[in-house]
Design a protein around this ligand. Sequence first.
Ligand SMILES: [Zn+2]
Length: 196
Amino acid sequence: MILPIIAYGDPVLRKECEAITAEYPDLKELIANMYETMYDAYGVGLAAPQVGLPIRLFVIDTTPFAEDEDLTKEEQSQLKDFRRIFINAKVLEETGDEWAFNEGCLSIPEVREDVFRKPKIKIEYQDEDFKTHVEEFEGLVARVIQHEYDHIDGILFTDKLSTLKKRLIKSRLVNISKGNISVDYKMRFPSMKKKR
Ligand SMILES: [Zn+2]
């Protein structure tokens, strides 16, 4: 089932999300719905608060990035079929010199800006069977994880922009929160919440 994606301005996107246990109701179904919602919107990652749930869960599939011809063969193969579910994730380490990548977010349609992040991460997380993993990632895979991980801490990529850039995109963010935007996937805007 395709779920509406929560737009910028909704307080759920600002919550520090809660850890979950294997007893979380209908988790498998939620994960399936999150993937369906993400693919429908042509995203490469989706975090639970983006579908209105303040829990520490996000899903990733970087396959669309693998088609980028500017990447090396090695990078392409790394991105191809990288499909992963992260539950109760905790970034243990971020290392290297920050690099810029033009990020976007399904909750903030049509806004894209360069964001600086460190290239390597070490992360502890649980998979859908609640088995714990500690893994290291780098490059674009790390980038997508960092973006989604920020979501479960209530952080959006626009928070990481310079004061000037923030000022320049402010009216666009206000328009998104008011629903004054045309988008070709299902969204829920904060100003619409109380209607009906
Ligand atoms: Zn996002």
